[in-house]
Design a protein around this ligand. Structure first.
Ligand SMILES: [Zn+2]
Length: 332
């Protein structure tokens, strides 16, 4: 409806948004992994990027280890309130000419969509297990037209493989409706299995766990979130065997040691998959995480300018079947 209205205004030569649209200064970028979360002061803490560079040598008879090292020059500060978070995100969408796929808390998501320039936030709906949402409600949500993407699907935290038969009806709906699906694979922190998420299994994050499900849904378009880190070999083999599988580099790019992150991306590029790597942050609560994460790609000396543009924008536009002309470009 909005689009129709907009088209009608354009036909009349009147821009509905003229008063608050400033010309963009930067090339568009795509962040395909953004969480919409309510600010929770109990969980909020400053964060030093690449904090997992020195894993503690812990013991079950001692106090549980704390992984988030806060000893760095300039820790990223968490947003102070829901409004602060929204303002900081919208400011960056405009400043960095950013489009994002966002998912999580539905109320926060709706607020952001309403506050952002039209089309800049693409809403996703996710689940971990059938307990989270019925297949009927899932289908209704996608058919409502608000949600354009299925994400984040995270069965690993529930002790399930993405190929578990209980999840199959959901993937069948996504395949039928032609909606792309993002699936959490790989790591999701440290000490999950014995400290925080008792059902979590490292082995269920193996990219090979996707194979049977993909075989049952040959036309489904999926991307592997967090690049299946640290299972580069399995990730490469899976993308080799399945022509439509893409990945995102979110989360791992700002949490694991920077040399390790660069090595991992380089390995995927070297294996020939530069057209299937997509940029994402895994943004949760620290506004400056956007700049930090962008810098990992933009400052990478092992990437050509073309490879950077592919990762930051082109690959996602192709993956989501969008049109480059529909994005805002800086004047020549
Ligand atoms: Zn994830």
């Amino acid at each position: 409806m909005k689009k129709l209205l907009f088209t009608a205004f354009m036909a009349l030569g009147i821009s509905a948004f003229a008063q608050d649209v400033e010309p963009v200064k930067r090339m568009p970028i795509f962040d395909i992994h953004v969480h919409t979360m309510k600010v929770n002061p109990a969980w909020s803490s400053p964060m030093c990027p690449w904090f997992l560079s020195d894993m503690p040598g812990a013991d079950p008879n001692e106090e549980a280890p704390f992984f988030m090292n806060q000893d760095c020059v300039d820790p990223l500060q968490p947003a102070k309130s829901d409004q602060d978070m929204q303002d900081e995100v919208i400011k960056r969408i405009k400043e960095f000419n950013m489009t994002m796929v966002a998912f999580g808390d539905a109320e926060v998501l709706h607020n952001w969509v309403n506050a952002a320039p039209a089309g800049r936030i693409i809403p996703g709906i996710g689940f971990g297990s059938p307990d989270d949402i019925s297949v009927e409600a899932f289908r209704d949500s996608l058919e409502s037209g608000f949600y354009k993407v299925v994400a984040e699907v995270a069965p690993q935290y529930k002790g399930l493989s993405p190929s578990d038969p209980s999840l199959d009806p959901y993937f069948a709906v996504a395949e039928e409706l032609g909606v792309p699906v993002g699936i959490h694979m790989g790591t999701g922190g440290n000490g999950m299995a014995n400290l925080t998420q008792p059902k979590y299994r490292a082995s269920l994050g193996n990219p090979f766990e996707l194979e049977e499900m993909l075989a049952r849904h040959p036309n489904m378009k999926i991307w592997v979130m967090h690049a299946g880190y640290p299972m580069a070999e399995e990730m490469i083999a899976l993308m080799g065997a399945n022509a439509y599988v893409y990945l995102d580099i979110s989360g791992m790019i700002w949490s694991y040691p920077i040399d390790e992150v660069q090595w991992y991306i380089k390995r995927l590029i070297q294996a020939g998959f530069g057209k299937r790597i997509m940029y994402g942050t895994d943004f949760m609560m620290w506004p400056r995480l956007f700049e930090t994460s962008m810098g990992v790609v933009m400052n990478a000396q092992f990437l050509s300018e073309d490879q950077k543009r592919d990762i930051m924008f082109n690959n996602a536009v192709r993956f989501f079947r969008m049109n480059k002309d529909d994005f805002e470009w800086p004047a020549e």
